[in-house]
Design a protein around this ligand. Structure first.
Ligand SMILES: NC(=O)C1=CN([C@@H]2O[C@H](COP(=O)(O)OP(=O)(O)OC[C@H]3O[C@@H](n4cnc5c(N)ncnc54)[C@H](O)[C@@H]3O)[C@@H](O)[C@H]2O)C=CC1
Ligand SMILES: CC(C)CC(=O)C(=O)O
Ligand SMILES: [Mg+2]
Length: 370
């Protein structure tokens, strides 16, 4: 069987704690299911800065470019608050996204039945929720130039970020959203702020044209992104697929995370374009959450977002659909059995730590395979 090359970049804070639980799954799948994963590890974020003064080294970038998929934990933390902007921990992740051309970030927000009461919203608002946020990941204000702080010379400074989108960038992310909608409820809601942003006017225009030209069978609606945030907490089940830009996608997916009970539940896949010859594409899988400095080192983080990101890796990078389904079912079954990390704890449930949650999911995954 062909080998499957994985690069593991655990990063900072709770990143390594969550990644340790995925490593258990990889070891088990290699030993018991002949999965053939070949893993390498590298440094990204604050730990990379500490080791060599950069948020990711050229060697680790080369490993990422050569891997079939990258699994990423989280980066950042107060320890690196004072480091120069260019080498801050988050710059490592942004470089990976940009250099690997991972323009499509899929962020599914699914409310597992067992967690309907863990959300800060009423159970009937979130029960059965299954939405997908498709976030543009290599453009917009995260990367637009100029991006600088200039000294105005009068005791004042000016901070500048630039939101830029070209037609092709909007077209390709809209295409991803429409294609995925066809495999789901066939509905796309596009979110921008065309009332105040020129890039929003273009976004709206290009999504509308792409829909008309190629995907007229999909139901399309448009919403201003601020109203979209409000609708996400008012009645999230009205949405199927949401397509939006880099910044709005970042914010709206943190909002969506809380619908599912915790940021510790939300996985993501960041995908590049398929190679026209081989059909394979560059990909990075990471939880939506950050390094959670407030709980790092205590062994209490929820590893489910990281484990569910690995399930997305099985599905999208290795076409191991049965295994991905089984892993997602293992997560649901473990939650049904009443185990909870602290962030999703509810009365009557059994509180477990990171390792115990990881072990329970590995065990359930093994049992489902038998
Ligand atoms: N992809 C990445 O590596 C990201 C990195 N960050 C970085 O992480 C650092 C901390 O950022 P914050 O804004 O605090 O966001 P965060 O996502 O790290 O934490 C927000 C809150 O959610 C909780 N939380 C997050 N993940 C959890 C999990 N798996 N289990 C239980 N609780 C969890 C944390 O304890 C915290 O109270 C910053 O340096 C930020 O730049 C933030 C977002 C994404
Ligand atoms: C560069 C990241 C820290 C930005 C972020 O919050 C995210 O992608 O979710
Ligand atoms: Mg974020």
């Amino acid at each position: 069987m062909a080998s499957r090359k994985l690069l593991l970049l655990a990063g900072d804070g709770i990143g390594p704690e969550a990644m340790a639980e995925v490593k258990k799954l990889i070891a088990m799948m290699n030993a018991e299911m002949a999965a053939g994963f070949e893993t390498e590890e590298g440094l990204v974020g604050g730990c990379a800065y500490d080791a060599h003064g950069k948020a990711i080294s050229e060697e680790d970038m080369a490993k990422a470019m050569a891997a079939d998929a990258v699994l990423f934990g989280a980066v950042g933390g107060p320890k690196w608050d004072g480091v120069p902007y260019e080498v801050r921990p988050e710059a490592g992740l942004l470089r990976l996204r940009k250099d690997m051309e991972l323009f499509a970030n899929l962020r599914p927000a699914i409310c597992y039945p067992a967690l309907a009461s863990s959300s800060s919203l009423k159970p009937e608002v979130v029960e059965g929720l299954d939405i997908l946020i498709v976030r543009e990941l290599t453009g917009g204000v995260y990367f637009g130039e100029p991006k600088e702080i200039i000294d105005l010379g009068n005791g004042q400074k000016r901070g500048i970020d630039t939101q830029v989108y070209d037609t092709f960038e909007i077209e390709r992310i809209a295409g991803v959203a429409f294609e995925l909608a066809r495999t789901r409820q066939n509905k796309v809601c596009s979110m921008e702020k065309r009332n105040v942003m020129k890039s929003g006017v273009l976004w709206n225009e290009v999504v509308t044209q792409t829909h008309k030209a190629k995907y007229p069978d999909v139901e399309l609606s448009h919403m201003l992104a601020d109203a979209g945030g409000m609708q996400l907490v008012r009645w999230p089940k009205q949405f199927d697929v949401i397509v939006t830009d880099n910044l709005f996608g970042d914010m709206l997916s943190d909002v969506a995370a809380m619908l599912t009970g915790s940021l510790g539940m939300l996985p993501s896949a960041s995908l590049g374009a398929p190679d026209p010859k081989t059909g394979s594409r560059k990909a990075l899988y990471e939880p939506v959450h950050g390094s959670a400095p407030d709980i790092a080192g205590q062994g209490i983080a929820n590893p489910i977002a990281m484990i569910a990101s690995f399930a997305m890796c099985l599905r999208y990078s290795f076409n191991m659909v049965a295994e991905a389904d089984r892993l997602e079912k293992a997560i649901a079954d473990v939650l049904d059995s009443g185990l909870r990390t602290g962030d999703i704890m509810s009365p009557g449930a059994t509180q477990v730590n990171t390792q115990q949650m990881g072990d329970a999911i590995v065990e359930k995954f093994r049992a489902l395979a038998a």
